[in-house]
Design a protein around this ligand. Structure first.
Ligand SMILES: Cc1cc2nc3c(=O)[nH]c(=O)nc-3n(C[C@H](O)[C@H](O)[C@H](O)COP(=O)(O)OP(=O)(O)OC[C@H]3O[C@@H](n4cnc5c(N)ncnc54)[C@H](O)[C@@H]3O)c2cc1C
Length: 479
């Protein structure tokens, strides 16, 4: 039974990294916005690495912040460790990377969304779009709620017809055993969108108490306080270290012996995986001359013992994962709390989008994040921000915003997607940006804050502080 549930300027489907930015941005440019997501306890959830930033990605976070988005502020409030990478090199290749307290990160983002003026956040599963004469005018949920809107943004990540693969086991699921989004994917196909099947994977998590850290190398955060956001004034000084260990010949031999049970090699996995985040079984096969691979042990938060085993992404069977862990120095007695797994999902072919992220086929419908064939929280957040801004501006009859390749890494990302498409999960790399010497992390505000102010994303007070900074830089240059 369907019922009329409300009317908005913008509806955002999903509250992951793309959805959170999209909802906040649409509301901040002044549009009355509704966010609908499958599970309210999973807002801005990190299903993989509990970290934000790194080369290229860290610059995207600064750009999001310079335009008035949230990711930078949120990680500044919730990290357990922050490091500037490549400090021995010039500013063009430097990038910040933060280890997140992933639970706090979610809570803080949810609170920001709840507190945002013009924005409503609800739980629900969207199953269909309302499309009239090739124009999207709303959504219908599984429970029959009909929401009308001037524009709609889809940010459904890895949920579309998601299937988890773990050894010989394959079942229908979103990430982390969440409900998958099946009907919406079928509906997009019925509407005539071309979909592709991609895959990604995650490593096991182990209990910190079972790790022998004396056999690993400590990786502390920077002593100098650092922040992603130009607005952050309070710095977290109490940082937690990460730890480094390595695989060895014993690990590689065990993987070799069990390749016949690997869904990657048995043909069970059909989707294309991210080339730059290979699984450990893939690394052992492709780089078999390498005697060892780095494994970083990263705490998932301050109030948990779960440790993320970075570098050991795998879909090998659970019993093999336990044995692999036992071959690694420091992890001989590791208690595996969650097994690694791979997930296959549908994505839309991104050349079906305009540079505003509106679909060419259906007017007033936008897509952002992993649904557009990308991989990574920052790539998702950057697109979410732009789709949210444009859905909001469009709904209010204003001119939309397109960033060029020389404006920002976000411009490079979107331009690559909509003009070239991608045949594997797309990850942003510095080498993709021909203007990389100009697109630095330390000049993101000079490149973008004016734009953010002009569309209403940046408040007057922040803008005035930015103008003062610009003035001071000019005086310095004239010294
Ligand atoms: C197992 C796994 C491993 C990964 N490994 C890596 C990695 O190694 N490196 C890397 O960079 N990235 C990795 N990623 C990718 C990273 O998690 C994503 O790129 C990022 O989360 C994408 O953000 P998003 O907002 O597009 O989607 P998500 O964060 O997945 O959010 C999707 C949102 O949409 C909602 N939703 C879905 N369908 C509906 C519906 N029908 N109605 C309402 N709401 C809906 C969900 O509830 C959720 O809130 C991995 C992801 C997974 C799942």
């Amino acid at each position: 039974m369907q019922y009329e549930a409300g009317s908005y300027d913008v509806i955002v489907i999903g509250a992951g990294h793309a959805g959170s930015e999209a909802g906040l941005a649409a509301a901040r440019v002044g549009a009355k916005t509704l966010m609908i997501t499958i599970n309210l306890d999973m807002v801005a959830f990190m299903p993989c690495n509990p970290s934000v930033g790194g080369p290229a990605k860290g610059i995207v976070v600064r750009e999001i912040d310079a335009l008035g988005g949230e990711m930078g502020r949120n990680i500044d409030k919730t990290h357990i460790q922050m490091r500037m990478l490549n400090t021995a090199k010039g500013p063009a290749v430097r990038a910040l990377r933060a280890q997140a307290d992933k639970f706090l990160y979610q809570q803080e983002m949810k609170k920001t969304i709840e507190d945002q003026e013009n924005l409503t956040l609800i739980q629900g599963m969207v199953e269909e779009l309302i499309v009239e004469n090739d124009v999207c005018t709303g959504v219908i949920t599984k429970t029959g709620a009909v929401y009308r809107a001037k524009t709609v943004v889809i940010t459904t990540g890895t949920y579309l017809r998601g299937e988890i693969i773990l050894g010989e086991l394959k079942y229908s699921s979103g990430p982390n055993n969440q409900q998958p989004s099946i009907r919406l994917s079928e509906h997009l196909e019925q509407l005539g969108f071309d979909l592709v099947r991609f895959k990604t994977g995650t490593p096991p998590r182990v209990n910190s108490s079972s790790i022998d850290y004396s056999k690993t190398e400590i990786q502390p955060g920077d002593e100098v306080p650092r922040a992603f956001s130009y607005e952050t004034t309070k710095f977290i000084t109490d940082q937690l270290p990460c730890w480094l260990t390595y695989t060895n010949e014993g690990t590689h031999q065990l993987i070799d012996e069990n390749l016949h049970r690997s869904p990657m090699y048995s043909g069970m996995i059909k989707g294309t995986g991210p080339r730059y985040c290979p699984s450990i079984e893939d690394k052992v096969v492709r780089f078999n001359d390498k005697p060892r691979h780095q494994i970083f042990l990263e705490p998932e938060g301050r109030n948990t013992k779960e440790v993320y085993v970075q570098g050991l992404s795998t879909s090998l069977p659970e019993d093999v994962q336990v044995k692999i862990l036992q071959t690694i120095p420091g992890l001989e007695k590791a208690e595996m709390m969650r097994a690694g797994y791979a997930i296959e999902y549908d994505a839309i072919v991104p050349t079906q989008l305009w540079p505003t992220l509106e679909t060419k086929k259906i007017k007033n419908l936008y897509t952002a994040g992993q649904i557009n064939g990308t991989s990574g929280y920052e790539e998702a957040a950057g697109q979410g921000l732009m789709a949210g801004i444009n859905a909001g501006l469009n709904a209010m009859g204003k001119e939309e915003l397109i960033l060029s390749r020389s404006d920002a890494y976000i411009g490079v990302l979107i331009d690559d997607l909509v003009t070239k498409g991608t045949n594997e999960p797309y990850r942003l790399l510095t080498s993709r940006a021909e203007y990389r010497l100009l697109l630095r992390h330390d000049n993101a505000d000079l490149r973008l804050t004016e734009i953010g102010f002009n569309i209403g994303m940046i408040k007057e007070e922040r803008y005035n502080r930015f103008l003062m900074k610009k003035k001071r830089l000019k005086w310095k240059r004239n010294d």
